[in-house]
Design a protein around this ligand. Sequence first.
Ligand SMILES: O=C(O)CCC(=O)C(=O)O
Ligand SMILES: [Fe+2]
Length: 217
Amino acid sequence: MPSPAIPVAADADPKWIASHPRVQRVPRRNLTLFIQRHFLTAEECTGLIARIEARRRPSTIADANGDTAFRTSETCDLDTADPFVAAIDEKLAAFAGIDPAFGEPIQGQRYAVGQEFKPHTDYFDPAGLDFVRYCSLSGNRTWTLMVYLNQPSAGGATRFVKIGKMVQPESGKLLAWNNRLETGRCNDSSLHHGMKVRSGVKYIITKWYREKIWVES
Ligand SMILES: O=C(O)CCC(=O)C(=O)O
Ligand SMILES: [Fe+2]
């Protein structure tokens, strides 16, 4: 039987994601969250880690809240002019079934011992001071795809604090969740915490899709 065509849509269809082999849907009513182990190969993870190491800089947050320890990791944008990165970008878009034009550049993150990203949502707070700055051109974030590139020796789990779900880092493991409800409103059950690394270093990539075509602002 021919495989179905990859959707190229403005929003992900959970049925498409659920149809992928080995994908698990986390059974929670309040958040659409999928996990797929071994989404990226060991070579893909190693190649991404090398690029993050070469370009990392301190992370920032929107709507600064006065807590300078809120997001202590380092970050970098990964450049799709690099064919290796472009291939991973296509693989992410095909998994989600979202038109790649809706995606922000892939971000890499590196957490050393003691670094974390405290509980936050990936969508921008529509009532927040930075909403217009970040969302006027491309709209808010819709889906998050995040992939662990390695497994630190201790710590570094991702905890979805409102739905009681903790995910352990593992090389190549992908998480995909919808930051919006079916009504299109932001889903605060997506609140999550990138917990402190206790030993070793943690590397991830994150891919955020927008309501509208991504335009750098
Ligand atoms: O590091 C993690 O586990 C979570 C990262 C995260 O939430 C983010 O980059 O937005
Ligand atoms: Fe996040």
